[in-house]
Every structure is written in C-alpha cells, then in structure tokens.
Design a binder for this molecule. Structure first.
Ligand code: KG4
Ligand code: ZN
Length: 338
C-alpha cells in the first residue's frame, strides 16, 4: 500500500517483450516498462523462442528495477504480484513466472497467475475507467484470434477462435514475403493506406453458417501463390495494392464475425484487444459498423494493445479480489484455456 492505494506489480514475458508495470487499485498505471526484442528478431524475420528466453533472463532484473523506480515505490509498497502464466512460449513464460515466484517468496507478498488473453482484455479496463463487464471481446494478436463473451472479470466464454493461423501471424508472414520486415502488422497497416483494397480479390473464408470460428491459412497461401505467379509472369508487384487487398479480406471476415457475435448475444458493448487491435483499418471499419448498430466500441491505446505488464497487473488485481492468491507451486503453461 502507498497513499492508501493497493499496488499490483504485473510481469509479462510470454513472447518477445520483457514488460513490468506497477498499477494502483487495478486501473491506474504508475509505471509501464517494456523492453522489446523486436530489433533483435528483425534479423530473423520472427521470434526465435530460445533467444527470447535468454533476453528475458538478461533484461528482467533491470526492467523490474526500472518499473519500481518510475512508480516511485519499493517492493515493500507492493501488495500483489501478478504474472502471465500462459499461453505463450514456455521458456519465455518461465522467466516471468520464476521471477515472480522469487520476488513473492523473498518479499512474502501474494502471487497470482494470469491468462495472457485475459490480460489483453483487461488493457481496456485501464484505458476506460468506466468499463465493466458484461461485454463482447474480440482478441486479435500474434498468437490468437478469438471472440469471447465476458460476463464478469473472471467469467469468460470463448465463442469462436481460429482453426489455424492467428491473424497477427498471418500479417507477419505476408509482410515477410512482401519484404516489409518484422513485425509485419504495423507495416502492412501503413503501406495499405496507399493501396487499392480491390486491386486483387482474395477469397473471404467465413466457414459454416453461424460459425464464429476463423481460418486464415488459406488466405495466407492465396497471397503467396498470387505473388509467385506474378513473379513468374514477370509482372511488377504493387506492394501497397497487395497489402491493402490482403488487409481488406482479413477485416471483412473479422468485422462480420464480431458483429454477428454481438447480435447473437444481444450485446451492446464490444471491446478490442491484442496487438492487431492497433490496426487502423480494423478500428475504422468497426467504428462505422458499431455506430450503425448502436454498439459502444472500446479499444486501448496502441501501447496497451501489444504486450505490456499493466494489463497483466490489472487482470491479476481482479482475479485476486475474486479468487484470492495462487500458491508458490504455480507454473507456466504454453497451452492454457481461458
Ligand atoms: O498482442 P501482441 O503484442 O502479441 C501476442 O500476444 O501475440 O501482438 C503482436 C501482433 C504481431 O503479429 C503484430 O504484427 C500485430 O500484433 N500488430 C498489428 C498492428 N500492430 C501490431 N497488426 C496489424 N496492424 C497493426 N497496426
Ligand atoms: Zn499478447
């Protein structure tokens, strides 16, 4: 406690960001330190799990010190330690979980393990202080594409998800073949603004009628096939047109499914979460569709969309208030159901 506020330390290491934050009373960010490994993985075109774990190990103590310092607190002031326990890269997760356990043991503070996707959703509680469940959540990130009904802070039901690639993964792969670099999402987002979304028709995959599941692997292959055949025919590729056409095909599907989910459940609040929620096309299309249907749309600032410790601290706070602490025998889980 400091100034009568309940302080949560949030630790996130599930992929390539070593991120630690101090959050007061669940929603007020006092510090949010993010050490990204993007520059390292640019050279590889994607995340190399073993290298990610090593960098977490090298960075995590410094990030912890910086998070406490920026919040102007010490471990004595912290009331709760929250950490991402899954899903994610197991070696990377273990760095966060081991650190959290060590700090909890040494300080005698309680610990709570958080589901990474609940963390992404919780970024919205920080951004929108008035937001409370129930609502519909659309999670689109590098590892996940899911539609989740959120009935309470700890009551989440998955209504649909991807059957193959996650949408961010698809963005990253298409960007790589277009020679745009890693991570591809923001690059496609930017270059697509100069392209014609109707230049190339890529098939939209909606799956069975009423299904809220997704499939993006066919679209990814279609883009690769298109690029190969254009190359073989000796035609020059307009990267902006391909990026815009790919993005339109993705977003047509995602926006329709999100609207279907709200309609089926008669939900008037839609919350976006995950790295791809930073996408300007997704936001613009949903702004329009939600306005037509009188659905209130919520999304976090870009820095809270991608992986960060603040969202984990927020999710940990609410889990702790509802369910109490976890034991020090908690573990890291590469696959974890919501
Ligand atoms: O949530 P996140 O940081 O990590 C996971 O939990 O996966 O999401 C990272 C993903 C990457 O695939 C990245 O390319 C994508 O989010 N991304 C975007 C944008 N910004 C980040 N995708 C599309 N448009 C963006 N503006
Ligand atoms: Zn994430």
């Amino acid at each position: 406690m400091k100034d009568n506020k309940f302080l949560t330390l949030g630790i996130e290491t599930s992929c390539d960001e070593t991120a630690i934050s101090v959050v007061a009373d669940g929603r007020e960010v006092l510090s949010n330190i993010i050490s990204s490994q993007i520059d390292i993985f640019k050279n590889y075109g994607g995340v190399v799990p073993e290298i990610a774990s090593r960098h977490h190990l090298e960075n995590i103590n410094g990030v912890l010190d910086a998070a406490l310092k920026e919040a102007d607190v010490t471990m004595d002031d912290i009331d709760l330690i929250g950490v991402t326990m899954g899903p994610g890269l197991v070696g990377a997760l273990l760095m966060g979980v081991s650190t959290a356990k060590a700090v909890a043991y040494a300080s005698g503070k309680p610990i709570v393990g958080v589901h990474h996707l609940n963390g992404h959703i919780s970024a919205n509680y920080i951004q929108h202080p008035e937001l409370e469940p129930p609502f519909m959540a659309l999670i689109t990130s590098g590892g996940h594409t899911e539609i989740v009904q959120v009935d309470d802070y700890d009551k989440l039901t998955v209504l649909g998800g991807t059957r193959d690639d996650a949408v961010g993964e698809c963005y990253d792969k298409v960007a790589r073949v277009l020679g745009l670099g890693y991570p591809g999402g923001p690059k496609i987002d930017r270059i697509a603004k100069e392209g014609n979304p109707e230049a190339v028709h890529f098939k939209r995959v909606f799956l069975e009628k009423d299904s809220l599941d997704f499939s993006f692997s066919g679209l990814k292959t279609a883009v690769l096939n298109y690029l190969n055949s254009e190359k073989q025919a000796g035609r020059e590729i307009n990267r902006a047109d391909v990026a815009a056409s790919f993005q339109q095909a993705v977003m047509d599907v995602i926006v329709k499914k999100a609207m279907d989910a709200c309609e089926i459940r008669n939900e008037k609040k839609l919350v976006l979460a995950g790295g791809v929620a930073a996408n300007s096309k997704l936001r613009a299309m949903l702004d329009e569709e939600c306005a037509k249907r009188k659905i209130a749309l919520y999304y976090p600032a870009p820095v809270l969309c991608t992986d960060n410790g603040a969202m984990i601290a927020c999710a940990a706070y609410y889990k702790y208030m509802k369910q109490g602490p976890d034991g020090l025998d908690m573990d890291a889980y590469p696959f974890l159901e919501l």
